[in-house]
Structure formats: C-alpha cells, structure tokens
Design a protein around this ligand. Structure first.
Ligand code: IPE
Ligand code: IPE
Ligand code: MG
Length: 249
C-alpha cells in the first residue's frame, strides 16, 4: 500500500466526523459507457463496477458512515438485452458467494431490497444465505437494491396495508408515515442523507422515491468504475457545505 493509500484509510482531515451522512445511497451508473470508452464489452464495465462498490463499502466503514445503499438492478433493467441481464444475475450470485466470508470478517450486515421473488432461484438462495449469516453483524448496514423500483415498493406497501384494512385489522385513519414506512423494504433503516449518482445523469431513475424526500443530491460526471475514495471524499466535502433546512428557515 502506498503512503497516499494509507492516508486515505483514515477520515480526511477536512471532513467533520459529526457531520458525516449517516446513510449514503448510490446510483452506480456508467458501467456500459466506461467499457465502451475502452473499446470493451459492457459486461467488463459491470465487473469493474463491482470493484468500485467493494472499495466504497470499505471506505464507508473506514470513515464511519453507518449505512450504504447501492442500486444494483432496477425493475426497468429487465428491458436490457437478455445476455446482459443474464450476465448481471450470474455476477451478483458469484460476487455474493465470494464476498460472504470477508463481509463476516468485516462485520458487515448485508440486506437486499426489491422484488426478490422474481430473481433466479439460485441467486435468491445466495441472497437469503448472506442476509441470514450477517444479520447479527453490528458493523456497516449494506443494502443492495436488486430488482428494485420505488413505485413497485410503494405499491406493495399500499397493497399490504389495504389488505389489513379489508380484514378489519386497521382503520384508514391509522395509516400514517411511520406505519407506511414499516411496510417499505427499507423498514428500520434511516432515510439516505446523501444520494450520489455517477456518470452525470440528473435523474432518480425510480430509486428510493419515498426515502429520498430530503436527501442531498450529488451528481458527478465520473463513470461508476472510476468512482474511488478521492471522488467519495469530494462528494462528502460538498455534502458538508450544504445547509439542510428541511423546509425550515
Ligand atoms: C449501471 O451502469 C449498472 C446497471 C444499471 C446494472 P449502466 O449499465 O447503466 O451503464 P451505462 O449507463 O449504460 O453507461
Ligand atoms: C439506474 O441506472 C439503475 C441502476 C444503477 C441499477 P440506469 O442506467 O438503469 O438508469 P437510466 O436508464 O439512465 O435512467
Ligand atoms: Mg445507465
């Protein structure tokens, strides 16, 4: 490890620990464009994207961020060519199998959010295993949004609540924000304070629609495979300059 790398393991001195975001969410975009720029197939970009995510997870842990949520596959991503979708599903499964031991060692608590029942069976099994094995871990809360769509998440919550009302278990007046949140996939996790999107796109793309109500948004032109600690440092510096008013004056 070079001296610069060692230094980056500690929270950079220009960041204030007390003002770090508790929860960082990231739309990991630009894998395809990264690969295309190097004249490589898109899947190579996805592979490199995994490395960038692994490093960000470690960085969050090193610097004291409590929760990281990453958008890995949206409900709309099924519309991509079958080969790419298949590659991604296999990649998720393989990475999960390879990384489980290290996540245990690093005390990571992994959780998947999204419509998981529609994923390939073998991936569902790996997901269940990793969530089960790490559920007692007290380190960083790492959430992976897979076959996730914000609208779909809100709909399934509405359906579950409606069914309770229909059965007479709940009165419509009892439906408040706290109750609604308990029916979201992210139940128990605080809302993201900071949303990072790479590759310059200025949109949410159906990610955490409810939870993002007051997130600070940081968009960088950097493509996801190139997003490193220095980039994250920059995002955090920018975040710490923001005045989060939450509607107040
Ligand atoms: C993000 O990179 C990864 C996934 C959506 C799975 P993209 O694959 O969207 O890369 P671009 O946007 O085409 O460059
Ligand atoms: C958002 O990226 C989804 C993920 C990063 C998993 P997309 O590349 O799918 O989003 P759009 O199509 O640019 O909105
Ligand atoms: Mg994209």
């Amino acid at each position: 490890m070079t001296q610069a790398q060692t230094l980056l393991q500690e929270l950079p001195t220009d960041l204030v620990r007390e003002r770090l975001p508790r929860h960082v969410a990231v739309i990991m975009d630009g894998n395809g464009r990264w690969a295309k720029r190097q004249g490589l197939p898109r899947i190579v970009g996805h592979r490199r994207g995994v490395d960038a995510l692994k490093d960000l997870l470690r960085c969050c842990r090193d610097w004291g961020v409590e929760a990281l949520t990453a958008y890995a596959f949206s409900t709309e991503n099924w519309g991509r060519p079958l080969e790419e979708v298949d590659f991604l599903m296999t990649l998720f499964e393989r990475v999960l199998r390879q990384e489980l031991r290290e996540m245990m060692e690093e005390n990571v608590q992994i959780r998947f959010v999204g419509n998981l029942n529609a994923l390939p069976r073998s991936l569902q099994a790996e997901i269940a295993r990793s969530m089960d094995e790490t559920k007692q871990n007290q380190g960083i809360k790492f959430t992976v949004a897979t076959n996730y769509g914000g609208r779909q998440e809100i709909l399934q919550a509405a359906r579950a609540i409606a069914s309770q009302v229909q059965q007479g278990l709940l009165q419509p007046e009892q439906i408040d924000e706290a109750l609604f949140e308990r029916h979201l996939y992210t139940s128990g996790l605080c809302d993201p304070d900071l949303l990072i999107r790479t590759s310059g796109e200025m949109r949410i793309s159906n990610f955490l629609l409810w939870q993002m109500a007051y997130a600070e948004i940081y968009i960088t032109e950097t493509l996801w495979p190139d997003f490193d600690r220095a980039e994250f440092h920059q995002a955090l510096c920018d975040y710490q300059k923001r005045d989060r008013r939450f509607g107040k004056v």
